[in-house]
Design a binder for this molecule. Structure first.
Ligand code: UDP
Ligand code: MN
Length: 259
């Protein structure tokens, strides 16, 4: 029996979008029982993403919601911390992932099979097929290392006697769960028992993972996967912004990439 994996991917228009989504979708074509929830950060669904999904033969749900623009970064006062306040820049992916979670709850309510696994997937990361095999073993929340992230070769949970005892992370190690979005997945059924579980625009950068995980687990309960967190099956790769020649200076045709 293979539990369904719900991969939740926010995406936004940019020059490399189609390249990134092509690479990701063609990885996902090799994953069994996979349902891709793609949420565009846009006022409406684009042809580019619609075409890509249609041509992929993947099982998918196509949603959209534009990130609410705050002109200035918001100041949040936090009385529990010594510095007491911090600024929140434009949070990316928050509204999109929350919209996907709304969809998921509706979907599971009426679904015959309410089991599954939820995985939050950036559109520009690199995923080994092995990471999907690992997450199907999850009872509640599973964790594993993530390569090339937070200034490290690999960020990983430290496992002692089969349990997560610590995290080997350099960037903001004071986070409740110093772990990247790509480094965990959650039992989908648990979202039905926790209708409030969602991401928040009001947390400082790097705290989204902790924000969602706090509804589901504690450090002691995390299930270490990928051979006790000794293997790397996902990388937080980032696509470089392409440098384009100025079309005004170009005397050649400078056509857009077709949808
Ligand atoms: N994203 C988005 N809107 C934005 C910026 C990013 O929907 O304005 C998506 C992006 O496509 C990706 C995820 O949110 O799937 C995380 O963004 P990004 O990969 O840029 O973050 P980073 O890897 O740099 O932390
Ligand atoms: Mn990314």
């Amino acid at each position: 029996y293979l539990p369904t994996i719900y991969g939740i991917t926010p995406t936004y228009p940019r020059l490399a979008q189609k390249a990134d989504l092509t690479r990701l979708s063609q990885t996902l074509m090799l994953v069994k029982n996979f349902h891709w929830v793609v949420i565009e950060d846009s006022d409406e669904k684009t042809k580019l993403v619609a075409n890509l999904l249609k041509d992929s033969n993947l099982k998918y749900t196509h949603l959209h919601i534009k990130t609410h623009k705050s002109k200035h970064s918001t100041m949040i006062v936090d009385h529990s911390r010594p510095k007491k306040f911090y600024f929140v820049p434009r949070a990316s992916g928050v509204e999109q992932r929350n919209k996907a979670l709304d969809w998921l709850r509706q979907h599971l309510k009426t679904a015959e099979d309410k089991t599954g696994v939820v995985y939050f997937m950036d559109d520009d990361n690199t995923y080994s097929l092995k990471v999907f095999d690992e997450m199907r073993k999850i009872k509640k929340v599973g964790v594993w290392p993530v390569g090339i992230v937070g200034g490290m070769r690999v960020e990983m949970p430290v496992v002692t006697n089969g349990k997560v005892s610590d995290f080997n992370a350099f960037w903001k190690p004071f986070r409740p769960f110093p772990i990247d979005m790509a480094g965990f997945a959650i039992n989908a059924t648990m979202f039905l028992d926790r209708p409030d579980a969602k991401f928040s625009r009001k947390v400082q950068s790097g705290f989204q993972e902790s924000e969602i995980l706090k509804y589901f687990t504690t450090k002691d309960e995390l299930e270490p996967l990928a051979e006790n967190c000794t293997k790397v099956y996902v990388w937080h790769t980032r696509t470089q912004k392409p440098a384009l020649l100025n079309p005004k200076k170009l005397k050649l045709k400078h056509p857009p990439i077709p949808d």
